[in-house]
Design a protein around this ligand. Structure first.
Ligand SMILES: [Zn+2]
Length: 369
């Protein structure tokens, strides 16, 4: 990806410009602030509205020549994890120095995206009131609902039987369009039976409220430190009854966050296909996938089950767009048609369209080869 010359990038952006004449493009995986640690305090800029910054330094508009987030090396499972968290937060400050409506609008202008789903995440120690404050902050700083849809998230302290009321309340107060669950950041250990039940109830509650669920899945990043484990690994989703409701459930990163290619091919993909075949309401987003895993997902899963996501600002949004187009080309796919399905048709019908009932039915969803 990093070796793609600017003229190739420009040729993909030209394809995008063509597509955009007739299709609104969506990104279903964007974080409105640094969610992994949620340590930064952002201050509003007096001179430029729509920009908040960590250190008050000058902001410059992104371009397709800007730097890319450095690849984090594999340090192994070092248990001196608080130190790792510090290093990690330091690196993340580079990509998350600036947030706010203008920062993301600028990203969207470069990447050709019309509307994003903002995913705040309830941190491990936050309670309902603290997360609601976060959501209030997001709603305030991203006021344009034509560009920014907002998801809610559920603190781990909400008991199974309280989930539906909690979500109903968020929906009534903030008009959220989805629920984001990041088991690693929120401290939901899905290897435990009680948490599997909790997740099933979350799926059911999302169905009652007519909201899709975006569920992070993959392996732990040692840089995240603390007591964080592989609690969101795909194998922990194996026995969850996602058919407990009709709520669309989007498995973020196709469940392959930080997975090795050999693991994806031997274990991850068979497991994922099995899940998608069992539950018609399951989908994946391709956010944060590097080139090789992305090609496998494009090749092996039906277009109707894939949604475009970038994981901005952890990844520059335009890079995610170009990477996807480049992967489609490498696989000999119909670039325009498939990208329209990933970034327009699927997200619109599952997440962004104003309606109470999801449109797809079991017979419309092709099974996974
Ligand atoms: Zn993410």
């Amino acid at each position: 990806m990093r070796t793609l010359p600017p003229e190739i990038c420009a040729s993909y952006l030209a394809i995008l410009a063509e597509i955009k004449q007739h299709h609104r493009l969506y990104d279903v995986h964007v974080h409105p602030y640094e969610v992994l640690f949620d340590r930064f305090t952002y201050l509003e800029s007096e001179s430029t509205p729509g920009i908040l910054s960590v250190d008050g330094k000058g902001y410059s508009t992104p371009s397709i020549y800007h730097f890319r987030f450095p690849e984090l090396g594999d340090l192994g499972n070092d248990h001196k994890s608080l130190r790792l968290q510090d290093i990690s937060a330091m690196l993340l400050k580079k990509v998350y120095s600036y947030v706010g409506a203008k920062v993301f609008s600028d990203q969207m202008d470069v990447g050709g995206i019309d509307k994003v789903l903002l995913l705040p995440v309830a941190s491990e120690l936050s309670n309902a009131a603290q997360f609601e404050n976060r959501l209030r902050w997001v709603t305030h700083h991203y006021p344009d609902r034509d560009r920014f849809a907002i998801a809610g998230s559920v603190p781990g302290s909400i008991p199974t039987e309280g989930l539906q009321n909690y979500i109903l309340n968020l929906q009534a107060t903030f008009n959220i369009r989805a629920i984001k669950c990041h088991p690693v950041v929120t401290g939901i250990d899905l290897s435990r039976p009680a948490r599997k039940q909790w997740l099933e109830e979350l799926v059911r509650s999302c169905g009652q409220c007519g909201l899709p669920l975006i569920l992070h899945s993959g392996r732990n990043n040692p840089y995240w430190g603390g007591r964080r484990t592989n609690c969101a690994a795909l194998e922990n989703l194996r026995n969850i009854n996602f058919s407990a409701s009709k709520a669309p459930v989007v498995i973020a990163h196709a469940g392959f966050h930080r997975c090795k290619m050999s693991d994806i091919l031997c274990e991850g993909m068979p497991l994922l296909k099995n899940l998608l075949n069992t539950h018609d309401n399951l989908f994946v987003d391709i956010s944060g996938l590097t080139f090789e895993p992305l090609k496998v997902v494009i090749e092996q899963l039906p277009t109707s089950r894939i949604l475009f996501g970038s994981d901005a600002l952890y990844e520059p949004q335009w890079e995610a767009v170009i990477l996807t187009l480049h992967a489609l080309k490498a696989k000999g796919r119909r670039i325009e048609q498939d990208f329209i399905q990933y970034a327009s048709v699927n997200p619109r019908s599952l997440i962004f369209e104003e309606k109470k009932h999801v449109k797809y039915s079991a017979d419309q969803v092709p099974s996974v080869p």
